[in-house]
Design a protein around this ligand. Structure first.
Ligand SMILES: NC(=O)c1ccc[n+]([C@@H]2O[C@H](COP(=O)([O-])OP(=O)(O)OC[C@H]3O[C@@H](n4cnc5c(N)ncnc54)[C@H](OP(=O)(O)O)[C@@H]3O)[C@@H](O)[C@H]2O)c1
Length: 347
């Protein structure tokens, strides 16, 4: 039986987009009820993603308005649907809010109460703060898709053969890139990455053995020389940036027959390298045609990896004070650009 909403605070303060491309306005919304396989979460921390400001600016993915954006919701469970088996009231959880693919206003993160799907939710360890828990869903789901679906690395408990396979993560200091570095390290890959020099120590601390400065005019030859010295042929690249010239550089590292997962569409009118298999990573597939991967990742792998400390919250968290009221400010800050930083709002 679904539990009731009694004892909840009566106000669900939300950052609402009245229409496509509108600026955020604060509104009070009803507290939603979870469907059978859903949870109602009282958010305590919400993390920002580029998708937030991009959907606002360019009007894609979400096709119903008014709406509430946001993918990373972290807090405690206050209600569960009658088919939910893994979670109960009071659990501390983080989850990938589904508004980005179902356009359901109750499934957006930027409000006090969010509906999360059970298959997109993980418990967070007692020792982990809500702010730390909030950084995982979107970035780690993207990295999960890139590694296990696009680049076809075997999902644990299956192991990679050879165990020493190397992956290059372009943009290792970004949210998505640092998640990929951590997951790749956790499944036994040799990880190389690119980042600005000021972030090399951070990316190495996540598990990359070599980090290259993508600003260097010689970055491709630097990587190829290092690979030759190490007796390595790089066959798989995850370009976690996929703009600002990264596609050409990242693909330049691959030998013929190599595979590259990217996060943004390859620009139309720019030819793709003919002998490399390029595929677009789509994080929201973890809630659509790759639900099996999503459920495995959120309900099993990520939950256990957080508990064991195999993965840690990255990149560094910057709390933006002010609660839901600062949602638009946070979108604007992220649009202006960050370096190895995740913007998080506490409620
Ligand atoms: N397809 C999907 O499903 C999906 C899902 C999530 C995100 N995305 C997209 O993925 C991109 C990254 O998202 P995010 O949240 O990870 O972004 P982010 O953390 O805000 O990205 C900032 C980082 O990007 C790095 N960077 C910028 N330009 C770079 C370049 N040319 N080469 C290497 N690194 C560079 C910077 O590194 P330094 O400071 O070290 O220079 C910085 O740390 C966004 O475009 C986002 O929209 C796509």
């Amino acid at each position: 039986m679904s539990s009731t909403n009694e004892n909840l605070e009566s106000v669900n303060l939300a950052a609402v987009l009245e229409t496509a491309k509108a600026r955020v306005t604060l509104q009070e919304r009803p507290i939603p009820k979870p469907g059978p396989d859903e949870l109602l979460v009282r958010n305590k921390a919400i993390a920002a993603n580029p998708a937030d400001w991009k959907i606002q600016d360019y009007d894609f993915f979400v096709d119903k308005y008014p709406n509430v954006l946001g993918s990373d919701a972290c807090g405690y469970v206050v209600d569960v649907g009658n088919a939910v088996t893994r979670f109960k009231k009071g659990d501390r959880v983080t989850g990938f809010a589904a508004v980005i693919y179902n356009s359901n206003i109750d499934h957006g993160a930027w409000q006090t109460y969010t509906i999360l799907r059970e298959i997109a939710t993980s418990k967070i360890p007692d020792s982990m703060s809500f702010a730390e828990g909030s950084v995982f869903p979107m970035a780690f789901a993207t990295a999960c898709m890139a590694l296990f679906v696009n680049l076809k690395f075997p999902r644990p408990p299956a192991v990679c053969t050879p165990a020493s396979s190397t992956i290059l993560v372009w943009g290792g200091s970004s949210s998505v890139g640092s998640a990929a570095v951590q997951i790749a390290k956790a499944i036994g890959l040799h990880v190389w990455a690119t980042a600005s020099p000021s972030n090399h120590d951070f990316v190495k601390s996540m598990g990359a053995t070599r980090v290259f400065d993508y600003h260097s005019p010689n970055v491709v030859s630097d990587i190829l020389s290092a690979a030759q010295e190490a007796g390595i042929i790089i066959t798989k690249v995850f370009d976690a940036i996929s703009e600002k010239g990264s596609l050409e550089l990242a693909s330049g590292v691959l030998a013929d027959g190599g595979e590259m997962a990217i996060v943004l569409d390859w620009p139309t009118g720019t030819p793709q390298p003919p002998d490399i298999a390029v595929s677009l990573t789509v994080a929201l597939r973890t809630g659509k045609d790759c639900e099996d991967v999503g459920a495995w990742f959120f309900n099993e792998w990520l939950e256990e990896a957080m508990e064991m400390g195999t993965v840690v919250p990255t990149p560094k968290i910057q709390i933006v004070d002010g609660g839901i009221e600062v949602t638009q400010k946070v979108f604007d800050m992220l649009k202006a650009g960050v370096s190895a930083t995740k913007l998080v709002v506490l409620l």
